[in-house]
Design a protein around this ligand. Structure first.
Ligand SMILES: Cc1ncc(COP(=O)(O)OP(=O)(O)O)c(N)n1
Ligand SMILES: Cc1nc(C(=O)O)sc1CCOP(=O)(O)O
Ligand SMILES: [Mg+2]
Length: 205
C-alpha cells in the first residue's frame, strides 16, 4: 500500500526545466512522493507519457507517485493517486473516480474547507500558501505556520504544507503540526537539486 509520504517533490515542467533529472536527483536522496504537475497547456498525451516514466522511477525507489489535477491520467498511468484543488473536480467526485484505495490529496487553506475535504474523502491535505511564492500566481495571502496550525488542529489526516517551503522553514511547519511538506521551486531551481532535497529530508527528521 503506497504511503502519502512526508517530502513531496512537485514537478516543475515549465519551459527550460529538466523534469526527469530533478525527479531522479530527488528520489536518489529521499524524496518519498513525486507529484506530477504540468502546465495547463500540456496535452494529456504528454502528461501520460511523463507520468508513466516518473511512475517507473518511483517504483524503482519505492516512492509514491501522484498526479496533479488530471485524475484520468493518474488512473490511466497506474499512479498511486492524485491531488485536486478548487479548480479541479470536487473532492467527493474525485474520490469516486479514484476508488476507495487511491491516495487523494486536496488543497485546504482554513479549518472549514479542511474538514469538508476530509469528509468528502481526502487522504491528506495540501495546506498553503504557507509563505509567499513565485511558482504560482493568483494565490491568496500566505497563511504562515499559524494558518497551517489552524488546519492541522482541525483534522486527523496528514497535512502537507506548501508554498515557499525551504529547508530552514521546515522546523516551524512541523512544529505547527504539518506531517510533511511539498516543494517546487526550492528543488527545481536549485543548482544541486539533490543537495536541497537532502537538506529538506534532514529537516524533516
Ligand atoms: C501537496 C499539494 N498541495 C497543494 C497543491 C495545489 O493544488 P491545486 O490547488 O489544485 O493547485 P494546482 O497545483 O493545480 O495549481 C498541490 N498541487 N499539491
Ligand atoms: C502549486 C502550489 N499550490 C499552492 C497553494 O498554496 O495552493 S502554492 C504552490 C506552489 C509551490 O511552489 P514553491 O514550493 O516553489 O513555492
Ligand atoms: Mg489543481
Amino acid at each position: 500500500m503506497p504511503s502519502i509520504g512526508r517530502l513531496h517533490v512537485i514537478t516543475d515542467a515549465r519551459p527550460g526545466r529538466d523534469v526527469l533529472s530533478v525527479v531522479a536527483a530527488g528520489l536518489a536522496v529521499g524524496a518519498d512522493t513525486i507529484q506530477v504537475r504540468v502546465p495547463d497547456a500540456t496535452t494529456d498525451r504528454e502528461a501520460y507519457g511523463l507520468t508513466r516514466e516518473i511512475l517507473r522511477m518511483c517504483r524503482e525507489s519505492g516512492a509514491t507517485c501522484l498526479v496533479n489535477d488530471r485524475l484520468h491520467v493518474a488512473l490511466a498511468a497506474g499512479a498511486d493517486g492524485g491531488h485536486v484543488g478548487a479548480d479541479d473536480l470536487p473532492v467527493d467526485v474525485a474520490r469516486k473516480i479514484l476508488g476507495p484505495h487511491g491516495i487523494l490529496g486536496a488543497t485546504a487553506r482554513d479549518p472549514e474547507s479542511a474538514r469538508r475535504a476530509v469528509a468528502d474523502g481526502a487522504s491528506y491535505l495540501g495546506v498553503g500558501p504557507a509563505y509567499a511564492t513565485r511558482t504560482k500566481d493568483g494565490l491568496p495571502d500566505p497563511i504562515g505556520p499559524a494558518g497551517v496550525a489552524a488546519v492541522a488542529r482541525s483534522v486527523t489526516v496528514p497535512v502537507i504544507a506548501i508554498g515557499g517551503v525551504t529547508a530552514d522553514r521546515v522546523g516551524e511547519l512541523t512544529a505547527a503540526g504539518a506531517y510533511g511538506v511539498a516543494v517546487v521551486g526550492a528543488v527545481s531551481e536549485a543548482a544541486d537539486p539533490a543537495k536541497v532535497t537532502l537538506e529538506l529530508r534532514e529537516a524533516l527528521r
